[in-house]
Every structure is written in structure tokens, then in C-alpha cells.
Design a protein around this ligand. Sequence first.
Ligand SMILES: [Zn+2]
Length: 359
Amino acid sequence: MESRAIPLSMTDLVEQEENLSLSPLWTDIDWNRDGRQDTFLNLEHSVHRSAYGIVPIPVSLFKNGSGPTLLLMAGSHGDEYEGQAILTRLIQSLDADAVSGRIIVLPAVNLPAAMEGSRVSPLDGGNLNRCFGDTFSDNPTSRIADYIANTILPMCDVFFDFHSGGSSLEYVPCTYANVSGDPSKAARTLEALEFMNAPIAWVHQGIPQGPEAGRAAYRSGVVYLSGEFGGGGRVSMQATRVAERAIYRLMSHLKILPLANEWKDESESRLMRASPQHYFYADRDGIFEPAAALGDEVAKGDLSGTILNPETPAQPGTKVLFPASGTWICGRAIGRVRRGDCLGHLLADVSRDEILAAE
Ligand SMILES: [Zn+2]
């Protein structure tokens, strides 16, 4: 006679029901199982040509024993490639047995945007990193944000979110952190940022107010680290190197993975911050011809460049002056500009003591 299964409890039935039902975003991953899993977050996308279609967003999980949980995410903006490349290679090379804790990797989180090489999703025009506000809309991009904010981040201790200047901006590669929350969390965030030892570490203080991923991390009490690793619509070897070094040093700092010799050498690192006065914009259409280079130290009132109009060549150009003193960290990567386009921004040095005193 066949043995009969023990009847399922109501809790089991409810869980099974949840697993089987097609919610707008579902996965077969077991977040608590040791070892590696390479699978997908399946985002429902029902359209004329595919009534029951899904967008399979890749996710890999590496878990071994107890320890912190780190979320590594790239492709929030599809035209920011450095993080997507690094995390793709990391998935291929990481050994789950070498990990102490849990690493969740989303190498192309806004998959439709990543496959299009576009900042925003071709499905709904959604900018994923502007969908993490306190409420979530019912569209594909917001559903991804909702899942990260309300399912993944509550499992995490630290979140590393890879960005760059994308197609329209270019950055001197730098790491970034939201140093906010209670004093111990602020100190832990700053320690992690400093250990990553990037040439420039950009500190943002205060509670994140915008609908960006850092705000969702703040709501969940998760340390938020990021970086602007290049841009200009291409992949820079130098920027990729800075980003990769930062991630392996972070994993070592968190005691998730031992530090390989390749990443051990310390180098000079500057803590810096931005204020709204550091950003400058085009006040007319034309071609912006820079008069300085990214990475230059500049003074308030120095010439950043001139907006020229070849369509009316006899008309004098418009000089654009730097609005503050600092390091020119980010510049526009496209020559043609329209009134309102951001031409770039500066960062200014800040000391560790100044940062901690402000908390
Ligand atoms: Zn971005």
C-alpha cells in the first residue's frame, strides 16, 4: 500500500498557494538555502503578442552559513554598463563555499532597459531609480522597485547599487554612500565607504528625500553604498577597475569573502560631498565646448565652457562659469545641449570629523 503524505497544515497550504499563484513578480528562488542558485525574478508582462508573457530578470544567490546579507545590483539604468559587466563576471567566478553569509546579485535589474541600452524602460518609460518613493505605481518598472524594496531589502544588511553617468553624463569614477540614520549606522556606513578606498568617495548626508533606491534602503535600515563608475555610453577599463576593487574590498570588510592579494594595496582616497550650488546647467540651446577637463580643480567664476551656435555663427557664444570651487567630477558626454540640460557638477573635500559632527 502506498504511504500517504502527512496532510499539509493551513500555513503550508497558504505558502504553497502563494508560491503557485502568478503574482506580478514571482520566483522559484529559496532565499535561505545554502549553495548557489541562478534563476530569475519573473515579471508578468501581458501584451498583445504575449498574453501570459514574463520578463525573466536574472538573480543569483550565494549563501553559506550565517553572516551578513549583501545585495549587489546593477542595470537600474540600462545604459550604465560597468556594474552590469562586473556583476556578470562575479556570477561566473564566485564560489558559494567561499562565502560567509549571503550575496544576492541582480546584474541587470531593469532588464528591459538593460537590453535596450537605455536609461529608462522601453515597456513603460519607467526610470527604476525614481520608483523607490513611499508608494508604488502599478506598472512594470514600479513592480520591480516594489519587489526590491519590500521583499529583498528587508533581508539585507548592506546594499551596493552600481551607477555611472549613463549616455548623457560622464564621471570621474567614485564611490558614493548615504551616511544617514542613527550614529552607529552612519559610522558603519562611513567605515565601509573608507575601506572600499576609491580615489574619490562621495558622501551624502541626511535622510534621502527623493524616490531613489537609497530611500528604500533607509526605510529598511540597510546601509546604502553606490558609485558613479564612468559613463558616456561606453565601458571604461579604469572605471570598471575602481568599481571592481570597491566591491571586493567591501565583501572583505563585511567578512563575507577574504580579501585577495590583488585588491590589498591601499591608495590615496578623498572624502567629498556635493551641494545644490555645485551643479550647473545650460541656459540656452547649442554646442557646449568645455574649457576645462573632468578631474580639474576649479574656482568659482572660472570658465567651464562656452555654448556656441553654429546655426547662427555670427552670434557671440554664451560663457558658462563654474558656480563654485571644487573638483569637476561629472560632465555632459553629449556635445549638443538644450536649455535646462545639466552640464555637470563639482564635489568639494570634506573631512571625516566634519561628516560625523553633522550626524
Ligand atoms: Zn544610474
